[in-house]
Ligand binder design. Structure first.
Ligand SMILES: [Zn+2]
Length: 219
């Protein structure tokens, strides 16, 4: 069934060559190779859950406190899934009702929410000991691992491809977003939403907003 989605979405893909163990890249169907592939896919799905949650929580925060719109009117369906062959789309956050770049504040909010995906992913990988690199090095490497995939058009394209922090605007957006995700209540929301995504795989925007708000205000 084709999923209903907003006019824009951040679609997260991984390339064929990204960080895959040899057993995953081979076509072998021995029990060991199958187990290795399953383990790898499970871990990638967890990483993707944090990545998508990062996009959504930053968007929620900007929408709630910077007047983008009410959060559950902006955030659409969020989903994660293991793609066939492993190098397709792993996750997606649909964005609803956004006239992109109608004003500066809105464009800034969207850029932050795009940056929120890889930044949350990086924080998760650091905390679980899977990647010790500083954020800048992690982001600089992402274009090699992740093909251009975020479907936000026009002037956000470069950022949306998770490009390295080359110019001032990007550096500022990355610093701001990284600080935001580091706030304990915001990180709690990322963890809460990631856990819910891993349980359910598909979550409506409205439900995502409830989970985020519960994590921030009631936990
Ligand atoms: Zn993304």
């Amino acid at each position: 069934m084709r999923q209903k989605r907003g006019p824009y979405a951040t679609a997260h893909r991984r390339s064929e060559t990204s960080r895959k163990p040899l057993a995953v890249r081979t076509e072998k169907s021995t029990p060991a190779a199958t187990r290795a592939r399953e383990e790898w896919a499970k871990n990638q799905l967890t990483i993707t859950a944090y990545h998508e949650a990062g996009h959504a929580v930053v968007l929620w925060h900007r929408a709630k406190f910077y007047g983008l719109s009410i959060p559950d009117a902006v955030i659409g369906e969020i989903r994660i899934s293991v793609p066939r062959k492993y190098f397709g789309e792993w996750g997606r956050v649909a964005l609803n009702n956004i006239a992109l770049c109608a004003n500066k504040e809105r464009a800034y909010s969207l850029a932050c929410s795009v940056a929120g995906g890889p930044i949350a992913e990086h924080r998760f990988l650091r905390r679980t000991g899977q990647d010790a690199r500083p954020l800048e090095a992690f982001l600089a490497d992402i274009p090699n691992n992740t093909p251009p995939s975020e479907a936000i058009p026009n002037d956000l394209d470069r950022l949306s491809q998770h490009a390295s922090a080359a110019d001032t605007a990007e550096t500022e957006i990355i610093r701001y977003t990284s600080d935001l995700i580091g706030i304990p209540s915001i990180w709690r929301a990322v963890e809460g939403l990631a856990a819910a995504l891993l349980r359910k795989r598909t979550i409506s925007g409205r439900e995502a907003c409830k989970i985020i708000e519960f994590s921030i205000y009631d936990a």
